[in-house]
Design a protein around this ligand. Sequence first.
Ligand SMILES: CC(C)(COP(=O)(O)OP(=O)(O)OC[C@H]1O[C@@H](n2cnc3c(N)ncnc32)[C@H](O)[C@@H]1OP(=O)(O)O)[C@@H](O)C(=O)NCCC(=O)NCCS
Length: 143
Amino acid sequence: MIIREFKRPDIKRVLEIETAAFEDPYPPSILIDIYNLGAGFLVAQQDNMVVGYIIFWIRYEDEGHIISLAVDKRYRRKKVGSELVDYAINIFAKCHVRDIKLEVRVGNKDARKFYRELGFEEKEFLENYYEDGEDAVIMKKSF
Ligand SMILES: CC(C)(COP(=O)(O)OP(=O)(O)OC[C@H]1O[C@@H](n2cnc3c(N)ncnc32)[C@H](O)[C@@H]1OP(=O)(O)O)[C@@H](O)C(=O)NCCC(=O)NCCS
């Protein structure tokens, strides 16, 4: 597997993975806008195909934020997600960013466990954070 920077032709696969992974996927135009604004955007490639992606950026100069992460269902539990997060952390470190934050749905138990395994801690709950009224958990990692 290789991790590399997102390129525009990857958008079709990213959207396929995003749509299959989330009930409320980002609209394609927003993903492109986020990319054009300079967010970090990495993809994992295996079998000559994009199998996962991570989008992240730096907020308030010193806080990294993971915006979205998803792995193709057929390639889960093979450390693709872990490698994408590790790679993003390396980029944050190069930018002297040592605090990372993300929001995840309270009901997304698998992702919460995934992030806990990577050293993220659940810090706070945000009520009605999502459009359907579900709460979010804020998870943070400092390194
Ligand atoms: C969360 C997600 C990105 C994890 O990707 P992945 O490549 O399957 O994760 P990894 O293989 O790196 O998992 C590392 C560890 O996290 C934990 N973990 C990952 N997925 C898990 C699951 N479904 N259930 C329980 N634990 C899980 C395990 O401890 C796992 O190690 P193990 O397989 O040796 O037991 C993937 O399940 C996904 O795309 N989910 C849908 C989208 C989403 O929820 N994104 C996160 C919110 S932004």
